[in-house]
Design a protein around this ligand. Sequence first.
Ligand code: ATP
Length: 232
Amino acid sequence: MSEERLRRRIGIYGGTFDPVHNGHFKVAEAALDAFALDRMLFIPAFAPPHKRKQNISSPFHRLAMLALATADSPRMFVSTIELESPSRPYTIETLGRLQAELQPVRLFFVMGADSFRDVTSWREYEAILSGYDVIVATRPGSHVGGNGGIAGHLAPQLQKRITDLRGAAYPSSRDLANEDPESPRIYLTDYVAVDVSATGVREAVEQGRSIDEMVPPPVAAYIEKYDLYRKT
Ligand code: ATP
């Protein structure tokens, strides 16, 4: 058996997850199926650099909601790798650690189109985009346009890594078998379009509206039980 076939394929889904919501799950499920991933690892961040000024819920609450929401999904896991690290690692450091710890593995980093648009402000973003497979999920409200539109901010050598799967079916098993392990790709996808954001969930709670359509039932129950997102 070739070395490539022995490698596990693991999706890495980083975020604040304040709270995790149905948009995250639909994206994760589609990525698992489309790219034949063995599992998806949700990695809550301590407080991402671009959100440090916001009032983010305790990492314990954010982790608890993720754990509850993934409890019944055999392919979805939560990792405390960033929360347990005293150095508050950047994504590139987390990916490097996981790559070393999970060998033999092929990592697929998942991000929404809004994050992808801002990616040039991330620490060592070129290393992320050229060292790992990246799955970009379109997000309603995020204008993505053609290749130039969504990736116009990237240098030509990174643009060359793009495989635009938007409007297309899942990659075929032949495509997957032909992947070049030495040359990861940036995949643009539009498999799902879920118009939910964590901001929207927090606002709904604050305004006393139902969040039942936005988050999995145990997450809604948790938010209610611990009185999260309600301004006093
Ligand atoms: P907030 O509204 O607080 O900014 P968020 O809903 O964007 O939060 P994050 O935890 O910040 O949630 O998101 C983690 C990752 O998931 C990011 O890459 C983001 O782009 C992506 N993401 C979040 N919601 C969606 C969605 N509905 N569709 C596609 N991607 C999403």
